[in-house]
Design a protein around this ligand. Structure first.
Ligand code: HAS
Length: 548
């Protein structure tokens, strides 16, 4: 396979449009993060009457929702164009329409947050209420992403027709799985926004059923985290092997793990609601079991990665259990930065297992431990992998190259991030275990003595957060260099090849009828009865607005 296959210029422009919005969101959201840790340290007060929760909303929405959605769509569009060929004019047009609708929606939501009319945090569930323009903006972001997703799916269908009977390219297949996962998941958030929050904020109904809205949110909220994770896994499975000069351990295993993510990432939302009343313990138990099922594809991923690294190391003469470690190309930011993300995912994943275990969840739920968890998973494993992708993808799309100097800076960026995050997320985990609440500023602690107890942890978070902000300044500098100033040239879009000994990929893995049927069945089993129960037997006063 020729490594220097170039993404078509018109498709590159479309992907880059997404990247610009993503990195602007990173700049603004990162700044909001800095303000937050400073406020939490108790040593800084926000000027101009800006509220802590307003800044927290800016941070969560921009980094958790805008940066991720735009980066992922841009990356997946580029991946499909690179591995399945240049887009048709119709698909490219769909991609642009999706991008424009998403950007308009983002602007609407952002304006409302800045006007302090939507201080509802990134989870925006009732009873917090935002201005209707915020909800409409979010709806447009989701609808826009569906249109962009439709472009990806239609390119996949076109390609499969052309190669009848053969498996599609691995990266295209992975992008399609993630797109389908996203579409099925966003049905939940679209339902709560359109049928509950929007009519409520417009004053058309007096109340909303809070439990129903939270349930619909978390039906979306957990697959959302896998929508973030899967592009990182795409890079780990299918791109990193090429960068280090190895082969993909197994195409079938990679596809199977993505199929398992599609099946098991959706019917698990109750693990975010384990302490909530109104949901029968039996249904919570079922969803906890399914949560442990969704851990399996991550364990498969860890296995495949270790296998790839070990096979590579041995091919270079490595011996012993960990001899391969020294053979890896540590001077290459495209590898080293995502590798830091992989290492972080080991404690991050362990934290997830703790969260998902009902009894231990009682200890950590609503403490700052959870914030520590998602700063390791999303803000380290996923985000560092996104940065690692950007180091080759941006210059590839802009027709420039990653120079040795920028490569060095990128490695320094990764190290700064690792140090800052270890301090910040470590302090969050520790304070959380001692009971420090999440989503609270220094001034909101009721008990003065308790507030004093947390000070060392808050200061550690401020130190870690400030180091991370330095990391954000550095990545933004690198991004600007790669977009506009790096020397012109041809940067490789690395696409891994499957190892010679790997088994042939069974076609059943692309049998959508089977997977979509199982997915629908699992969702219906996990949600129908408890959902009907919520609607029929909700507490008095919660049913001011009924779905039907
Ligand atoms: Fe989570 C809360 C459970 C993964 C994000 N999670 C959150 C929230 C976010 C989030 C944002 O069950 C907060 C939501 C809110 O605002 O309230 N999470 C899990 C579980 C996993 C998990 C079981 N989470 C993620 C990922 C996220 C993410 C991924 C973002 C991208 N999470 C929970 C639960 C809660 C929760 C509860 C609710 C808590 C509460 O009470 O509110 C699993 O998917 C994790 C599986 C991962 C592994 C690790 C595999 C390791 C690999 C790396 C290999 C490394 C190599 C390098 C090869 C089993 C693949 C080796 C090199 C060497 C040198 C050693």
């Amino acid at each position: 396979m020729n490594s220097f296959v170039q993404v078509d210029k018109r498709d590159a422009k479309l992907a880059m449009a997404h990247m610009y919005v993503a990195f602007i969101a990173l700049a603004l959201g990162g700044f909001a993060g800095l303000l937050q840790v400073l406020v939490r340290s108790g040593k800084y007060t926000l000027p101009f009457n800006i509220g802590y929760y307003q800044v927290l909303t800016v941070h969560g929405v921009l980094l958790g929702l805008v940066l991720t959605t735009f980066f992922i769509l841009g990356f997946q569009l580029a991946v499909v164009s690179r591995t399945s060929g240049t887009f048709t004019a119709k698909s490219r047009m769909m991609g642009w329409i999706g991008f424009i609708v998403m950007t308009i929606g983002t602007a609407m939501a952002a304006v409302m947050i800045l006007l302090n009319e939507a201080t509802v945090l990134y989870t925006f569930y009732a009873p917090l209420m935002a201005h209707w323009i915020f909800y409409l903006g979010l709806t447009l972001v989701v609808v826009g992403s569906w249109i962009g997703g439709a472009a990806i799916i239609s390119e996949y269908i076109r390609f499969r027709k052309a190669i009848k009977g053969k498996p599609s390219p691995l990266l295209t297949f992975m992008a399609v799985i993630n797109t389908v996962l996203w579409i099925v998941a966003t049905l939940g958030v679209a339902a709560t926004v359109l049928f509950q929050l929007l009519p409520w904020s417009l004053g058309l109904v007096e109340r909303v059923d809070v439990l129903v809205s939270r349930t619909l949110f978390w039906y979306f909220g957990h697959p959302l985290v896998y929508f973030w994770l899967l592009p990182a896994y795409m890079a780990w499975y299918a791109i990193i092997p090429k960068i280090i000069g190895a082969k993909i351990f197994s195409d079938s295993l990679a596809r199977m793990s993505f199929v398992l993510f599609l099946l098991f990432s959706i019917p698990v939302g109750f693990h975010h609601q384990l302490v909530e009343p109104g949901i029968d313990a039996g249904w919570k138990f079922l969803q906890v079991v399914l949560t442990f099922m969704v851990v399996i594809p991550s364990l498969m991923t860890a296995f495949a990665l270790f296998a790839t690294f070990e096979q590579f190391g041995r091919s270079k003469g490595a011996t012993g259990l960990f001899g391969w470690f020294r053979k890896l190309p540590w001077g290459d930011a495209r590898f080293t930065v995502p590798f830091i993300g992989m290492v972080a995912f080991i404690p991050a994943g362990a934290g997830g297992l703790i969260n998902a275990s009902n009894q231990m969840n009682q200890v950590v739920h609503n403490t700052i431990w959870v914030t520590g968890h998602f700063h390791l998973t999303l803000a380290t494993s996923v985000v560092l992998t996104f940065f690692g992708i950007a180091y080759w993808l941006i210059p590839h799309l802009t027709g420039r190259i990653l120079t040795p100097q920028i490569n060095k800076l990128a490695i320094i960026q990764g190290i700064i991030w690792a140090i800052g995050m270890s301090i910040m997320s470590g302090a969050m985990h520790a304070a959380g275990l001692l009971g420090a609440p999440r989503r609270s500023s220094f001034s909101t602690y009721g008990d003065a003595q308790q507030a004093l107890d947390w000070i060392p942890y808050q200061i550690a978070q401020a130190v870690g957060g400030s180091i991370l902000f330095l990391g954000i300044v550095l990545i933004l500098y690198i991004f600007i260099q790669l977009c506009f100033f790096a020397p012109k040239g041809q940067e490789e879009f690395p696409v891994g090849e499957v190892a010679d000994h790997a088994e042939e990929t069974p076609m059943v893995l692309e049998n959508w009828k089977i997977w979509l049927t199982i997915l629908t069945a699992l969702i219906l089993i996990a949600y129908t009865v408890p959902f009907l129960d919520m609607i029929q037997n909700g507490p008095p006063g919660s049913k001011g607005y009924k779905l039907w």
